[in-house]
Design a protein around this ligand. Sequence first.
Ligand code: ADP
Ligand code: 5SP
Length: 476
Amino acid sequence: MTVVLGIDSSTQSTKVLAVDADSGRILADARAAHPDGSEVDPQHWWTACNQAMAEVTDQLDEPVAAISVAGQQHGMVTVDAAGEPVRPALLWNDTRSAGQAAELVDAIGADAWAQRTGLVPVASFTVTKLAWLAANEPENADRVDSVLLPHDWLTWKLAGGGKAEAFTDRGDASGTGYFSGREGRWLPDLLGEAFGGRNPRLPTVLGPTGTAGRGPGGAVLGAGTGDNMAAGLGLAAGPGDVVISLGTSGTVFAVTEEATQDPSGIVAGFCDATGRFLPLVCTLNAARVLTAAASMLDTDLAGLDALALRAQPGAGGLTLLPYLDGERTPNLPDATGTLTGLTRHNMTPENLARAAVEGMLCGLAEGLVALRELGVAVRRVLLVGGASRSAAVQAVAPALFGVPVEVPEPGEYVALGAARQAAWALTGGEHPPVWPVESVRFEVEEESGSAVWEAHAQARRTVHGSIQSTGEVAAG
Ligand SMILES: Nc1ncnc2c1ncn2[C@@H]1O[C@H](COP(=O)(O)OP(=O)(O)O)[C@@H](O)[C@H]1O
Ligand SMILES: O=C(CO)[C@@H](O)[C@H](O)COP(=O)(O)O
C-alpha cells in the first residue's frame, strides 16, 4: 500500500489525513488547534502541523510516501535573511490594509488589476498587506528577504527550512495580487510598487504534479496549494458543480477552463490546482456567525440547529446582516453586524437562530449569483467546511441557493485534496488518481428562498446603501 498525507493548515486548525493512494481510503486523521486572531506567529502552525502529523503517523504501519500541504490563502509570511519570520503573519481576514487596498486600486484602476492579476485588491490579498507593512513598519519591511504564503512556508519547513528552496503553486500564487494566472508568472513590478520599491525573493511556482523536495522520512513533497484549490481537487469538482465552503471563511467557487476577470472585484479570478482556473467569491463571516449566535442564545451548535429548525422561513421578519468581523464581499472592511425587523412578537430565540443561519447563507447566495453572471453553470452545490454539518444549514441551503445541495462525506475535503495532490505527484500523468466521493443530497423543497433573499438584499441596501467594489458606499 502507498500511503500519502494531506495537510490542511486553515485558519482555526491543522487537519491531517493519511490516505491509501490507490483507493482513496482514509487510514487515519488528526487535528490540532491554532490560536485565534488575524495576526499569528507561523510557528504555531508548525507546532500544530507536527502534533497532528505525529498523531496520524503513530496509527500507520507503512511509511509515508508523499505529503502535500494546503493552507489558508493570502496570509503574508515574511522571512528574513536568516530564515526567521520578520513579524507575525497577517492573515486573509485581517482588515488593517483596507486603506492600502483602496490606494492600490486608485493607482492603476480596477480594470487594469483585473486584467493583469484576475483580482481587484481588497484587504485580504497579500499585496495590500505588503503595502501596509511598507507604510507602517518600514524597518521590518527592510528586513524582508522573502515573502511566502502559509502553505509555502510549511512546505519549506517540512523540507528542512534554512537553505532549502521555497516553492508554491499557481493556485495559491494567484491569490497574492502580484501573479498573472493567465501567463503563469510573478509580476515583480506590481510587488515592487506596492512594497515601496523593495523586491523580496518569491518561491518557485510549480505545476500540479511538481515536487518541492523531500520531507520527513524522505517523503516526496507535493507543490501544495491554497485551501480552496485543494477542496476543488478533493471533490473532483466538474462542470455544473459549485463548491460552497462554510469554514472560518465562506467561499463559493467553481473550476473553469478559462480565466475570469471581474473588474467589480466580487469574483476573484484564481487558478486551481489542476492547471485550470477557480473563480471564487469569499465572505469573512461564515461558520463563526453560528458559533457567535449559539453563544448569544446560551446554547451549543446542536441547540442552535434545533431552535432554527423550529422557526419558519424568513425568521418571522428578522434579517441578520452578519458582518461580525467586517466584510470582504461586499467590500465593507469596517462594517459591523445588523439585525433588522425586530418586533415584540418575533423576537424569539427560534427566530434569532433562524436569522443567523439565513443571514450567513444569503452572503453565499450572493456569491452564487455573481458566478452565474460570469457565465458559470450552476447545476448543484457541493457543501463542505465545518458548518456544512449543521442540520439547519442543510435544511435551509437548497431553498436559498435554488439548486440541489450535496453534502459529501467525510468532511475534510481540503486535506483530502492535498492528499490527492501528493498521490498525483507520485504517479505523474495528466489526471489525478480517481477516488470515490459519497454524498447526501438535499433537494429544493421550499419556494421561500427568493423572499428571504430579497429581504436580505433590501436590508443591505437600507443599511449600507449601494456598495461599489472598491469599498465606497454610495447612498442609493
Ligand atoms: N455542526 C456544526 N454546526 C455549525 N458549525 C460547525 C459544526 N461543526 C463545526 N462547525 C464550525 O466549523 C468551523 C470550522 O470549520 P473548518 O472548515 O474546519 O474551518 P477552517 O478550515 O476555516 O479552519 C468552526 O467555527 C466550527 O464551530
Ligand atoms: O481568503 C480566502 C479565500 O480567498 C479564505 O477562504 C482563506 O483561504 C481561509 O480559508 P478557511 O480557513 O476559512 O478555510
